[in-house]
Design a binder for this molecule. Structure first.
Ligand code: MUC
Ligand code: MG
Length: 372
């Protein structure tokens, strides 16, 4: 007899960031995670997480709306059903809910964690097995201050915590951003790869000028320079410059990437479990990318440990991550709600061992940070 889903809980957790994190659309001082706990009739528990950036600043789902979607729609639908039929449960959810990929991702993650615990294997084993145990992780420099960003980069390079950096630009005038980026690249030199994320802030003409300047400054990759819906602009820019483009907000799921590549885009894609609707869905994007010759990058919505580990299990099964990953979310938060924090070393992170995700909740920490 299959174990039955007995309860689903969605918990809002607020943890301050170690410093303000400045993006083109918002500055974060706190990160809000939605932690999902699914319990089954055998007494096992699966953990999931759905986290976004700056409430509603980044996308259409907020932490509060994710909790509402799970409490009001997904919990009554799934309670009482066999917990091990993940594909069947996903079909049931998509029959009642359009979109809501972050909420779906948290549920899919928790079901995978539960399945792994039941079968005594890791989530990456469920996904075909990890190829990599140590996964490269970059750091985002986004203090808003050039000198502080240079200090931050240099201390992280010497500690071997990160050797690749992503700079958040787009909120200032173009040439101010170019000077900021060029100063950081000049300070770190060849010891680091420097990329930028514009988070859709430029129109196509600004992007063309920006890419020419950034190419001359030695930048390696430009992420989402133009608005997400303007796929044609991404295609034209990718054909015009040798400096590669990383598509982020434009690509949520496999069909988005199919359209972009069929339109003639070359470059890379940021995979995110949150955008796609879970680790299984994000891997479908990776398969389309591989078929189309598009490079892979393991992306984040600045999730805490649970969401980051779910992503890492998925990324660990990919033979090649051309641009590495950015699974540093847990390091941006002042504290954590898990018993054992991730082990970041040698410019990357260790995939945790143990059944399921390999992560356990610290109940005292959860009680301290959960929203009252
Ligand atoms: C994004 O758009 O890439 C990832 C790293 C970071 O600093 O912000 C995110 C979101
Ligand atoms: Mg991005």
């Amino acid at each position: 007899m299959s174990a039955i889903i007995q309860s689903i809980e969605a918990i809002l957790v607020d943890i301050p960031t170690i410093r303000p994190h400045q993006l083109s659309m918002t500055t974060m001082g706190v990160q809000t995670m939605v932690i999902v706990r699914i319990k089954d009739s055998d007494g096992l528990e699966g953990l999931g997480e759905a986290t976004t950036i700056g409430g509603l600043a980044y996308g259409p789902e907020s932490p509060e709306s994710i909790k509402l979607t799970i409490d009001t729609y997904f919990t009554p639908l799934l309670t009482g059903l066999p917990a091990d039929g993940i594909n069947t449960l996903k079909v049931r959810i998509s029959q009642v809910a359009q979109g809501n990929f972050l909420a779906k991702s948290a549920i899919e993650t928790a079901l995978l964690d539960l399945q792994g615990k039941r079968l005594n294997c890791s989530v990456s084993d469920l996904l075909g097995g990890a190829i990599h145990q140590h996964i490269p992780v970059l750091w985002t420099l986004a203090s808003g201050d050039t000198a502080k960003d240079i200090d931050e980069a240099q201390s992280l390079i010497s500690a071997k915590r990160h050797c690749d950096f992503k700079l958040k630009i787009g909120s200032r005038a173009l040439m101010d951003d170019v000077r900021h980026v060029a100063a950081i690249k000049a300070a770190v030199g060849d010891s680091a790869s420097v990329r930028v994320d514009v988070n859709q802030a430029w129109d196509e003409a600004t992007a063309a000028k920006g890419m020419a300047e950034l190419q001359a400054a030695g930048i390696d990759l430009v992420e989402q320079p133009t608005p997400m819906k303007d796929l044609a602009a991404l295609v034209r820019l990718s054909q015009k410059f040798h400096l590669p483009i990383l598509a982020d907000e434009s690509i949520a799921d496999a069909s988005d990437l199919f359209s972009l590549s069929a339109g003639g885009f070359s470059g890379a894609v940021a995979l995110k479990i949150a955008k796609a609707g879970g680790p299984l869905e994000a891997l479908k994007v990776a398969h389309v990318a591989s078929a189309a010759g598009i490079g892979l990058y393991g992306g984040t919505l600045l999730e805490g440990t649970i969401g980051s580990v779910a992503s890492l299990h998925a990324w660990s099964t990919l033979e090649q991550l051309h641009w590495g990953t950015e699974m540093f979310g847990p390091l941006l938060m002042k504290d954590d709600i898990v018993v054992k924090r991730l082990n970041f070393h040698d410019n990357g992170v260790e995939l945790p061992a143990g059944p399921g995700l390999g992560v356990a909740i610290d109940e005292d920490k959860l009680a301290q940070y959960r929203r009252k």
